[in-house]
Write a protein that binds this ligand. Structure first.
Ligand code: NAD
Length: 260
């Protein structure tokens, strides 16, 4: 994969997990990074980690909640002011919500999941696409989930929001392909990040490691995914080598979504 030298990539939810893993790959390939997260401490730790592995990388950090439209407009403006334009966008910030049966689901948590996972992703597209149009094109990767392809027991709002991400990806692709903007989504299975560790705690509070082991046994590969594996896929989708792929939701799940 060629270098990201001279290119600017915005990553939301960059403080840890899949956002940070992708930031590491892009930093090592020489790209400028604009990292967005609402967890200020995580963001600062992420920046320090990136500087340690790629001392020459230019890293801007912006504390923002992606479910707040003004804050999104602001992170886009700040990035353009710092780097001039935006070439790649990893629209990644998302939450799982609490696990509960559909009829018992807490409506406030439901709305929060939709605000972040659906509207937050939409706001990012709304404000970054015009920058890319001016720039003559760009690459966008939204984050759906295997829960954006299939149902997941006790995770109704998460599944609804991630199906929406897949739908918004198709629309962005068909509306802005003419502007040389390619929009795709990834659908990770269980990748061992702080979010997934939290989910195993919800499934089995007294023995999360047992829940993790049991889950891994169901995967065709008998293991969970690693954040850096997702980072390499996202970097490819944002790179110059990836052309003419548009509107797809690409699973990275060890094949799990093919299981009957
Ligand atoms: P994580 O919880 O480990 O990290 C998410 C990061 O996003 C955190 O730093 C958090 O502070 C930040 N964040 C969350 N909401 C935010 C908001 N509104 N504004 C700003 N920052 C916010 O999660 P992860 O596992 O790295 O997941 C990243 C994305 O990948 C999410 O959209 C998630 O739904 C999706 N995903 C993850 C998995 C997986 O197995 N890890 C599987 C499928 C999809």
């Amino acid at each position: 994969m060629s270098s990201f030298k001279g290119k600017t990539v915005v990553i939301t939810g960059a403080g840890m997990g899949l956002g940070l893993a992708t930031a590491k790959v892009i930093a090592q390939k020489g790209g400028n990074l604009s990292l967005v997260d609402y967890n200020e401490k995580a963001l600062e730790d992420a920046k320090a980690e990136l500087k340690a592995i790629a001392p020459d990388s230019k890293v801007l950090t912006i504390v923002a909640d992606t479910s707040n439209e003004e804050a999104v407009k602001n992170y886009v403006d700040k990035t353009v002011a710092e780097f001039g334009t935006i070439d790649g966008f990893y629209n990644n910030a998302g939450i799982e919500g609490k696990q509960a049966p559909l009829v018992e689901y807490d409506i406030d948590v439901f709305k929060k999941v939709i605000d972040i996972n659906l509207l937050g992703v939409y706001y990012g597209l709304r404000y970054i696409i015009p920058v890319m149009q001016k720039n003559g094109g760009g690459k966008i990767v939204n984050v759906a989930s295997v829960g954006g392809i299939r149902g997941v027991v006790n995770q109704m709002p998460y599944v609804a929001s991630k199906h929406a991400v897949s739908g918004m990806t198709k629309n962005a692709a068909i509306e802005y392909g003419k502007d040389n903007i390619f929009t795709n989504a990834i659908a990770p299975g269980a990748i061992l990040t702080p979010m997934v560790a939290g989910a195993f705690k919800q499934v089995n509070p007294s023995d999360p490691a047992a829940a993790e082991k049991e889950y891994a046994q169901r995967n065709p590969t008998r293991r969970l995914g690693k954040p850096e594996e997702v980072g390499h896929l996202v970097a490819f989708l944002l790179s110059d080598e990836c052309q003419y792929v548009n509107g797809q939701t690409i699973a990275i799940d060890g094949g799990e979504s093919n299981l009957y």
